[in-house]
Write a protein that binds this ligand. Structure first.
Ligand SMILES: Nc1ncnc2c1ncn2[C@@H]1O[C@H](COP(=O)(O)OP(=O)(O)OP(=O)(O)O)[C@@H](O)[C@H]1O
Ligand SMILES: [Mg+2]
Length: 253
């Protein structure tokens, strides 16, 4: 199958720090890829480049053949790229349902509010119904009218994923979806993401330090260390790669 995402020679520097150096990566339509690596490896920086929160010095990003390297950030969602954040970034005073609905609007936050004021009732109903389907799928219905602020952490992680899915993305970027979860919650989240991937056919890159979570989910694993890609291949071989084991020592395999 054709590559949905093509990252070519991507380089990002912050002052003297090379967050990403010459990264090449191709992800096929429908793949579920695990991205691992120690702290500071550049995993989130890759997501930041793809969602245009960060400007690469060199290299290119193509989605579905279209160059998106310099795309204005507010157009990213419209191109079908959605993400969650390592530290959850919900609107705390909005309800869970409203948070999920913000994700349904493909033109960003300002666009959501502008449209919310004048949107036809039918459109509002359609988006609400779509949000309700996601709330049900993510076992969030009972929290639908609760403000997102103050909810248990594991719940907010699920709300973030539901919100990212609400826009019907082609590429979903999950940044440490299992971090901070109670150990008992981790396998259930892996199951949920696997099912969503299967049902929606969405291409997913998932960053995680929980190796059992990555191994349960992903057939292909990519490993970064200090901004460089040091491994990319079937999970079984990457997990046995001495360079990966050395880079990721301290992580539970
Ligand atoms: N906005 C920024 N300004 C300056 N340096 C940054 C910025 N964002 C990231 N960095 C640096 O770039 C490098 C890569 O960071 P990044 O957050 O991408 O790593 P990571 O692999 O996501 O790590 P972690 O597993 O801890 O989340 C680090 O050295 C980090 O300090
Ligand atoms: Mg990170």
């Amino acid at each position: 199958m054709a590559a949905l995402l093509e990252v070519g020679r991507l380089t990002v520097r912050f002052g003297g720090v090379s967050a990403l150096s010459d990264i090449d990566l191709a992800v096929r339509e429908g793949e579920l890829v695990g991205l691992i690596g120690p702290n500071g490896a550049g995993k989130s920086t890759l997501f930041d480049c793809l969602t245009r929160r960060c400007e690469p010095q060199e290299g290119s990003l193509r989605l579905g053949g279209e160059e998106v390297t310099r795309l204005p950030a507010h157009l990213v969602a419209g191109r079908g790229i959605a993400r969650t954040f390592q530290n959850t970034a919900l609107f705390p005073s909005l309800s869970v349902r409203e948070n999920v609905m913000t994700g349904a609007h493909r033109h960003g936050r300002a666009g959501f509010w502008a449209a919310a004021l004048g949107r036809a009732v039918a459109e509002e109903h359609r988006m609400g119904a779509a949000a309700d389907v996601l709330l049900d799928r993510f076992d969030l219905t009972r929290y639908a009218d609760h403000p997102a602020g103050g909810l248990p952490y594991g719940v907010t992680k699920r709300v973030e994923i539901a919100r990212a899915l609400a826009g019907g993305p082609r590429l979903l970027l999950l940044d440490e979806p299992a971090s901070g979860l109670a150990p008992g919650e981790v396998p259930a989240l892996a199951d949920l993401i696997r099912q969503i991937h299967y049902e929606r056919g969405v291409t997913i890159i998932v960053v995680e330090h929980h190796m059992d979570f990555v191994l349960a989910l992903c057939r292909r694993i990519v490993c970064f260390e200090l901004g460089r890609k040091i491994a990319d291949g079937p999970a079984g071989s990457v997990r046995q790669d001495p360079a990966v084991i050395s880079a990721c020592k301290g992580m539970a395999w």
